[in-house]
Design a protein around this ligand. Structure first.
Ligand code: SF4
Ligand code: SF4
Length: 393
């Protein structure tokens, strides 16, 4: 570890780094010691309860979360930085809306932008403390970023599990720089300011909060639409998705602390017209090549074409508008079984008993077991929907 010098020197080094971070557009910056995070038992309970769902990369790196030294050997300090991404709401909305989480409205992938800025802050540290070691992190390393952000004084945990700051709410990206330089830590944020408010818990359409401050990712629309790849969305959660096709912002939208959050001036966060909202029927018609061309450098690439089209079909199924049936009938011939299955489900939501015959014909040609089970469910659902009329006859 490089010599950290006198305390006056380290104080001034810390202030120089923070000023560079602010000049680079970070709204919050603080320093935490590289220690075992206080939230580790909470993470372990969460993993043991199976709440990580299919995000196997979390339990698989369980040990690494216990200390930042697993991410950077001999780490002594964690510089935590936050960048506000709140932008103006879109002025125009299209008729076929598929809502996309706010963090993905901008151009490109925020990971690239943040990593580049973090590298510039780290570069300054290398200039001042030659021979030091650093590692810049945006999301991908096994680090409890929110825990370290709280420890660095950036905010408190809201009941929706997001980190909240009185000035900028929770619409911000977090980045971290781990270093073996011993920097003076900031005071942790010890207080919480949710009070008796429960808006975030009450608004969640899929009941993803078993209790305040605990998120069951398996029920969260963000997990279902982004992280649950290559699998159908559980039947009992599809209606709750409403028109969310990539992430969900409801528990942040209702937070009173976010109503006061400033608007970001970062040009690359400005909403792109086709990203907010997206046209679900248009998405449902994209080929693999068209999808890649349009979304390759955006967060929507993560769930991939099959995931996004699956989500778009469910959004149409939740629309209550039968005029989308023709798009859904086209999608039942999609190359990917996930898309076919979701389209069949959506037809069962919008359709009537007249659609049953077409689904029965589809049963004769479909050979994927999961899609066949979706078709059977859809036929049963349409039959049930028609039952009151049959009784009346
Ligand atoms: Fe619920 Fe949406 Fe918040 Fe997930 S993001 S916990 S689904 S309100
Ligand atoms: Fe806290 Fe209310 Fe915001 Fe939830 S909505 S995080 S309870 S202030």
């Amino acid at each position: 570890m490089p010599d950290s010098g006198t305390s006056q020197e380290t104080l001034s080094l810390a202030e120089t780094l923070k000023q560079r971070a602010r000049d680079l557009g970070f709204d919050l910056v603080g320093i935490a010691p590289a220690v075992t995070p206080a939230g580790l038992p909470r993470l372990e309970d969460w993993i043991d309860a199976g709440r990580a769902g299919e995000m196997k990369y979390i339990p698989n790196r369980r040990e690494a979360y216990t200390h930042p030294e697993y991410v950077l050997s001999e780490a002594r300090s964690v510089i935590m930085l936050a960048m506000n991404y709140r932008t103006e709401e879109p002025l125009e909305t299209k008729s076929v809306e598929m809502r996309i989480s706010r963090y993905a409205w901008g151009a490109g992938d925020y990971h690239d932008l943040l990593r580049e800025r973090l590298k510039q802050v780290a570069g300054l540290l290398h200039e001042i403390a030659p021979g030091c070691r650093t590692r810049c992190i945006v999301d991908t390393a096994p680090l409890l970023e929110r825990d370290f952000a709280r420890l660095a004084g950036l905010g408190w945990f809201g009941k929706n599990t997001m980190l909240l700051n009185k000035q900028i709410g929770s619409w911000f990206f977090l980045g971290a720089i781990l270093t073996d330089v011993q920097l003076p830590p900031d005071a942790p944020h010890e207080t919480a300011h949710c009070g008796t408010c429960t808006r975030c818990l009450d608004v969640c359409p899929t009941d993803a909060f078993p209790e305040a401050g605990v998120l069951d990712a398996r029920r969260c629309i963000s997990y279902l639409t982004i992280e649950l790849r290559d699998r159908p969305i559980p039947l009992d959660l599809r209606t709750g998705m409403q028109n969310w096709g990539f992430g969900c912002d409801l528990c942040q939208d209702v937070c009173p602390w976010n109503s006061k959050a400033p608007i970001s001036t970062e040009a690359s966060f400005a909403p792109q017209s086709e990203m907010n909202p997206a046209n679900a029927t248009e998405l449902l018609g994209l080929s693999e090549e068209q999808f890649r061309e349009r979304f390759k450098k955006t967060p929507l690439a993560r769930p991939g074409r099959a995931g996004i089209l699956r989500n778009a079909a469910i959004v149409l199924g939740n629309s209550g508008d039968r005029s989308y049936l023709s798009s859904l009938y086209a999608a039942i011939h999609d190359e990917h079984p996930l898309v076919r299955g979701a389209a069949v489900w959506a037809i069962s939501q919008l359709g009537s008993i007249d659609d049953r015959e077409q689904l029965q014909s589809l049963q004769q040609v479909e050979n994927n077991a999961e899609v066949l089970s979706e078709i059977q469910f859809a036929i049963d659902h349409l039959t049930q929907k028609a039952a009151p009329d049959a009784d009346a006859d």
